[in-house]
Design a protein around this ligand. Structure first.
Ligand code: PLP
Length: 185
């Protein structure tokens, strides 16, 4: 979804992305924010807005967005969604979701250990386990939440976590959270 102008201009700020601002140093927490804002202002001025452009359509094969300059753009090919199987906008799934919202309301309104576990969750987990031919399954509300949840749940003191330095941030955060010895390779 890179605007043609940015490709044409190929400005130096294209050498950066969010990950360059992940590890900040220095006593002032705002240091990282300042350098990010400086990069973002240049990126914005340079017509290089590949992040956070709001969709104005379902995340199907073709999508519509409102560009960060407020322009409505339709008919874009979608290479950036997790909707690989098209379930997010499948009429079968959306109808089932509407039915579930009518019955249960929107969202679990509680943590799963207290008041956020519903009968449909209890049905979903074993059917996902069966689908994946596994003994059991635990569901999380995002892939991000799954990794710190699992890592801190199964690792114990003295365990060692080996992580590739290009691992997803949620894996790194899971390891940091678990404060286990790490040997990034
Ligand atoms: C390996 C890995 N773990 C976790 C996540 C986070 O998943 P989510 O965006 O669903 O929170 C991603 C997302 O790209 C990922 O690639």
């Amino acid at each position: 979804m890179l605007p043609e102008t940015a490709v044409r201009n190929f400005h130096p700020f294209t050498n950066y992305d969010f990950s360059n601002f992940y590890f900040g140093a220095g006593d002032d927490v705002y240091d990282t924010i300042r350098s990010f804002n400086q990069w973002w202002d240049e990126a914005f001025a340079g017509d290089y807005h590949i992040y956070r452009e709001p969709f104005t359509s379902a995340p199907g094969t073709h999508i519509s967005i409102r560009s960060n300059l407020g322009k409505q753009i339709d008919g874009l090919l979608n290479f950036s969604s997790y909707n690989y199987l098209g379930m997010a906008n499948s009429p079968v799934v959306t109808e089932a979701a509407i039915e579930a919202i009518r019955k249960y309301g929107l969202g679990a309104s509680g943590g799963p250990n207290l008041s956020g576990m519903y009968d449909i969750h209890r049905e979903l987990e074993p059917s996902l386990a069966a689908f994946k031919k596994k003994e059991a399954c635990t569901t999380f509300n995002s892939g991000y939440a799954a990794n710190p949840g699992i890592i801190s749940g199964i690792m114990r003191s003295g365990d060692t976590i080996f992580l590739d330095q290009y691992s997803h941030a949620s894996l790194i955060d899971g390891a940091i959270l678990d404060q286990q010895s790490q040997f990034p390779n």
